[in-house]
Design a binder for this molecule. Structure first.
Ligand SMILES: Nc1ncnc2c1ncn2[C@@H]1O[C@H](COP(=O)(O)OP(=O)(O)O)[C@@H](O)[C@H]1O
Ligand SMILES: [Mg+2]
Length: 302
């Protein structure tokens, strides 16, 4: 599918995939597709950063290639590796057959047959459906040398493998980078990208997301759930609940046949929204009741 022609189209086509997208986010997505610039998304965990890459792949009918970052991730695990065990077997087989041509063997060992493509190389391969979506997820988990390496890779979209040659993407992939901001990502990398801070959605948008992701939940309960979660986010917590937690919680309540929120139900199911014992202990009991009263009051028509 071709890229959407306007910001409105981005918004409505993403909505068709079940992704609820505000105007500001739709604008950077549109620009990123239009200008071919990588999109850098930063925000708390569970606000829909990873999901946008999945939604975009669905929307455009493109392949999604994901590079999950972690501490110690290095270039070879991101681009390509040689299949060492397979090379060893080939050497043994050649030895057993006796007197193999050494140079021929060497060329064969470092040919495509023994190459393991990792996400960055994969993303440079042509695809009949158009350039893939390359999701570089949770970049803040890697270190600075890897960032520097990425900066270069993102600037020319080509990889040189000494034994094979240079591989260049015929059409650069659509690149989405995400960070949970556990540390600052270097300016140089940010400068290459369009940037957007993905915030918690406001009340109406979060209800909309819940309707899209858990349509079985009744409207009245959805509004109560979102209102309570939003009140909860104003508390001083070690880890605030994300949209993912709102959806999980709604599904739990549905499984328990809950029709109305009560302090008891909330206390019993807090584990679906809060994942740290200190946070749970803080909210359980009277605090849950106070927040529920606050949330109910905000739902009353003015
Ligand atoms: N705007 C949104 N529209 C639809 N679903 C959303 C939205 N934001 C978050 N979600 C839901 O929340 C879940 C968590 O989002 P995710 O992208 O994994 O968060 P992040 O990558 O920011 O930590 C997703 O699986 C998705 O179901
Ligand atoms: Mg994520």
């Amino acid at each position: 599918m071709t890229i959407p022609a306007s910001i409105d189209e981005v918004q409505s086509q993403l909505a068709d995939t079940g992704y609820v997208c505000g105007r500001a986010l739709a604008t950077v997505v549109f620009l990123s597709l239009r200008l071919g610039r990588p999109l850098f998304l930063e925000g708390e965990a569970g606000v829909g950063k990873t999901e946008i890459a999945k939604a975009l792949a669905l929307m455009l009918g493109r392949r999604l290639i994901r590079l999950q970052c972690y501490e110690g991730l290095d270039a070879s695990s991101a681009v390509y590796e040689w299949n060492f065990p397979a090379q060893m077997i080939a050497i043994r087989t050649a030895e057993a057959q006796g007197g193999a041509d050494r140079t021929a063997l060497q060329t064969e060992l470092f040919s495509k047959d023994f190459l393991i493509e990792r996400p960055l190389l994969e993303a440079m391969r042509p695809d009949e459906n158009g350039a893939p979506i390359l999701l570089i997820d949770e970049l803040d988990r890697t270190d600075e040398p890897f960032e520097a390496f990425l900066l270069e890779a993102l600037s020319d979209f080509q990889v040189t493998i000494p034994e094979i040659g240079t591989i260049k993407a015929p059409e650069p992939p659509v690149v989405i980078l995400t960070s949970n901001r556990t540390r600052e990502v270097h300016d140089a990398l940010k400068r290459r990208c369009l940037y957007h801070w993905v915030d918690y959605p406001d009340f109406e948008r979060e209800v909309e997301i819940l309707n899209a992701r858990a349509p079985e939940v009744a409207e009245a309960l959805s509004r109560q759930i979102v209102s309570f979660v939003q009140a909860l986010r104003t508390e001083d917590l070690f880890k605030k609940p994300g949209v993912a937690e709102t959806i999980d919680w709604a599904k739990c309540l549905l499984a328990l046949d809950v029709i109305d929120l009560s302090p008891e139900v909330i206390s019993d199911t807090l584990g679906a929204i809060l994942k740290y014992q200190d946070d749970i202990a803080k909210i359980q009991g009277s605090e849950a009741k106070r927040l529920l009263d606050e949330a109910s009051a905000s739902l009353e028509p003015a």
